[in-house]
Design a protein around this ligand. Structure first.
Ligand code: GDP
Length: 445
């Protein structure tokens, strides 16, 4: 997919970090350098890359990372934050006119996907109970009107177009008449498809500006093909000067392009990305959410919300105490029980596990996970003596049998618990050194 390479690179870079505990300035610099390289290779414009890496570096060397329980995870959080930031921060919704119809004008190069987008938008609006009217103001490309007619039919919406065979009409007049038609027939949205140009062309740019002036749209959407790479920036800037626009639509995000345009355009034009187009079908279309796009690029699943929950679950003092115990090999079954109880307090363990990256495939295993196990664990540990809880090495065969009877479980259950405890202690020792936990059976992350 579009961000495949970038995604792999960034994930790899950040994964390397996660095996570290405290981060040195050299670690941060190395990571930032890798991020910079990955972004440049993805065709993100140099200006944006500099800004981005500058901010990541500054924050990564700052207090928020120093003080963090797990500095590496904090860096992941920062990269994610900054990615969301360059993609525009908050999602921006379509602006509706106070008095319908809401007029949306589409602009962009020929082949960017404007006509297709007109159909997608119309279908999407119709599904939400609106009544859009498509207006064919692209009178340049011989087939454009017919093509718009086809997508209108596919979307099941109305179209306003000049009579065929009337020669080249006046696109500004068509746009104006289209809006008039919408008002009189009570359509609540008008989508004006305009003529594309192969390159940035003065004449056509003027025409688009005239259409804009004539219909005073609520939104002017600049449609840009994500595959055109570095050229996207110059094109966007030319359209911004020539017509100006209120928002951006990225098309062909399903392609193999490097996608840098997506990451550059918001910063360089200051205009939000409203929608993403991901295929030729009218359904291949979605509102653009910077946060979702960022986590798709980072490919970290919801690891950040997992970190948040874990931070809520373990208050810091407690966490420090436990960390010390772990470091000194003094982690006991009592502590183990305490941790499990805290985890349960933070919500379902299953839910937490579900947020770990790469867990999609592990669904079966997840479903097999049973919170009743915690109850059983409690029963077993509570059947142990204080001495046994402090020092599991005391647990010989006859003690295990006694505990099994006392808790109503089997000796095998007791054995498994002790084994799990030992694994957990080992795992937590890794975590306390700054690595990510290797949960049994989950493989490396
Ligand atoms: P226009 O000249 O700007 O009106 O562009 P069109 O709507 O005619 O689209 C140009 C070509 O790109 C057509 O073949 C579309 O089917 C295709 N296209 C449009 N959007 C997408 C998209 O999101 N993904 C892919 N793969 N193709 C698209």
């Amino acid at each position: 997919a579009t961000f495949g390479n970038l995604s792999a690179r960034l994930t790899e870079t950040l994964k390397n970090l996660r095996t570290k505990g405290k981060l040195s300035a050299a670690d941060v610099d190395g990571t930032v350098r890798e991020i910079r390289r990955a972004l440049l290779e993805a065709d993100v414009s140099l200006e944006v890359v500099k800004e981005f890496t500058g901010r990541v570096r500054e924050r990564a060397l700052g207090d928020e990372v120093n003080r963090a329980l797990n500095p590496a995870q904090q860096v992941v959080q920062i990269v994610n934050d900054e990615l969301v930031g360059i993609l525009g921060g908050e999602s921006r919704r379509l602006q509706f006119a106070k008095n319908p119809p809401t007029v949306i004008m589409l602009a962009g190069l020929q082949g960017a996907g404007k006509t297709t987008l007109a159909g997608k938008l119309a279908k999407w609006l119709k599904e939400q109970g609106h009544t859009p009217l498509l207006v064919a103001s692209d009178l340049q490309r011989p087939n454009a009107v017919t093509q718009l007619g086809v997508v209108a039919e596919q979307a099941g919406v109305a179209i306003y177009a000049p009579e065929p065979g009337n020669g080249v009409g006046d696109p500004v007049k068509v746009a104006k008449d289209g809006v008039k038609e919408a008002k009189s027939k009570q359509y609540d949205f008008v989508i004006v498809d305009t003529a594309g140009r192969l390159g940035v062309d003065e004449e056509l740019m003027k025409q688009a500006a005239n259409i804009r002036r004539a219909v005073d749209p609520d939104e002017v959407l600049f449609v840009i093909d994500a595959m055109i790479g570095q050229d996207a920036v110059a094109t966007a800037q030319a359209f911004q000067e020539g017509v100006d626009f209120t928002g951006v639509v990225l098309t062909k995000l399903d392609g193999d392009a490097r996608g840098g345009a997506a990451l550059s355009i918001r910063s360089l034009t200051g205009r939000p990305i409203l929608f993403a187009s991901t295929g030729e079908g009218l359904g291949d279309f979605e509102p653009f959410h910077p946060d979702r796009m960022a986590s798709r690029i980072l490919d970290l699943g919801d690891v950040l919300s997992l970190i948040e929950q874990a931070q809520q679950a373990f208050d810091e003092d407690e966490a420090r105490k436990v960390a010390e115990k772990i470091a000194n090999d003094q982690f006991t079954l009592d502590d183990f029980l305490g941790q499990m109880q805290q985890l349960r307090g933070a919500g379902s363990i299953k839910k937490m596990m579900g947020m770990l990256p790469g867990m999609g495939k592990m669904k079966e295993q997840l479903d097999a996970f049973d919170e009743r196990e915690i109850v059983h664990t409690e029963a077993i540990i509570q059947s142990m003596t204080r001495a046994e809880r402090q020092n599991p090495k005391l647990l010989n065969g006859s003690r295990r049998l006694r505990i099994a009877r006392g808790s109503g479980m089997t000796v095998t259950d007791v054995n498994q618990l002790v084994q799990r405890f030992e694994q957990a202690a080992k795992m937590m020792k890794t975590v306390s050194k700054g690595g990510m936990p290797q949960m049994p059976g989950m493989g490396a992350m």
